[in-house]
Design a protein around this ligand. Structure first.
Ligand code: NDP
Length: 330
């Protein structure tokens, strides 16, 4: 059956400016790293995207290598775009990335101009898009001069293949170097996509002042530590969870007693705030000024519905923050 978006989809979601730019992202964005490959159900992938759009989620994030197999998530998203969202392209911010291993030989990963240009061309074909809104260099590459990677990104913007460009997984020092070099070339690096959560805070917190200095915004990923920052693993590993599945990034061994114990303690603070643990984890990430959006993954539309409601309570008292720190540092 054809899809008609909810009339009221823009009523609840805040949209935040990305750094010093005119682009706004929804407070919650949807990531397609998991649950959009060939082994996932197409109906469920479609429900996730369309359900999210109905909740005001206008930003969908992919990468060349998301699947499995590599490229499959771009194809799945391309089909949803074509069949359901073609009339709404101008309401969407779609991003893709290149830098991790994608194809055989010396050009299938990292940050050479050859690799990045070939990759975006492939990604455009797989999604059926004419352009990406944001295109990222997915990880730093110490074997390619920064200027070459930036030259590739500048060419991608000038040729209209992407409107904005960003970086991901650069540490504070690497980010400072690349943002300084970009400024010299008059290239705007809009955004940094950064792993930031209650369980991973030190490296990103060193990065944020650098981004603010350069006027670059941030979008945070794995804010729920792939589900560990929810109540999901409190009584073992559910059969339908990421840790029980084929993901190499979260397996039963990653669900340690220490993490579950910390999550249980954090959950008590969340409950006192009238939130679920996932909602508090997202609110905690969003207290950083430079973060425009939390980029959340989901296996069910109901999870997105729960997550978007984190906005009902974003402020923390000094006592709550201190209690959280004490749990994290125990
Ligand atoms: P999250 O920490 O958001 O984990 C998502 C998982 O958490 C879901 O698949 C689901 O797991 C579980 N979950 C989500 N909401 C809830 C809820 N309300 N209650 C209980 N469980 C919940 O992040 P991801 O690691 O998936 O990353 C998000 C996105 O970030 C990716 O899709 C990708 O776009 C981007 N990313 C970017 C990277 C980069 O290098 N730039 C690297 C990694 C991710 P379950 O399946 O068990 O239900």
């Amino acid at each position: 059956m054809g899809y008609t978006p909810k009339e009221q989809r823009y009523e609840e979601m805040p949209y935040n400016a990305v750094g010093r730019s005119g682009l706004k992202l929804p407070a919650v964005s949807l990531g397609l790293w998991h649950n959009f490959g060939d082994s996932a159900s197409y109906d469920s992938a479609r429900e996730l995207v369309l359900g999210s759009f109905d909740m005001g989620v206008t930003h969908f994030d992919i990468a060349n290598n998301y699947g499995p197999p590599h490229g499959a998530a771009e194809k799945t998203f391309g089909r949803i775009l074509k069949e359901d969202l073609s009339d709404y392209r101008d309401e969407l911010i779609v991003s893709s990335k290149a830098g991790y291993y994608m194809w055989k030989g010396p050009y299938g990963e990292w940050g050479s101009k050859k690799s990045l240009v070939a990759s975006i061309d492939q990604s455009l074909k797989r999604t059926g898009l004419e352009y990406f809104d944001i295109f990222y260099h997915h990880r730093p590459d110490s074997n390619t001069p920064i200027e070459e990677t930036l030259d590739a990104l500048q060419g991608i913007v000038q040729s209209g293949k992407a409107l904005y460009v960003g970086i991901s997984n650069y540490n504070a020092e690497q980010a400072d170097a690349v943002l300084t070099a970009a400024k010299d070339m008059k290239l705007k690096i809009l955004i940094h996509q950064v792993n930031y959560s209650l369980f991973n805070r030190d490296m990103p917190e060193a990065l944020f002042p650098v981004l603010e200095k350069h006027g670059t915004g941030a979008i945070a990923f794995s804010c729920l530590a792939q589900g560990l920052l929810s109540a999901k693993y409190f009584n073992g590993i559910p059969a339908d969870s990421r840790a029980a599945g084929a993901s190499v990034f979260l397996n039963p061994e990653s669900v340690t007693a220490e993490k579950v114990e910390k999550s249980k303690k954090l959950n008590i603070i969340a409950a006192e705030r009238g939130q679920t643990l996932s909602q508090m984890a997202l609110a905690w990430v969003m207290r950083q000024n430079c973060i425009a959006s939390v980029l959340v993954g989901a296996s069910k539309a109901a999870q997105v519905a729960e997550n978007v409601r984190f906005m009902e309570k974003v402020a923390f008292t000094a006592e709550e923050l201190a209690a959280i720190d004490e749990i994290l540092h125990a």
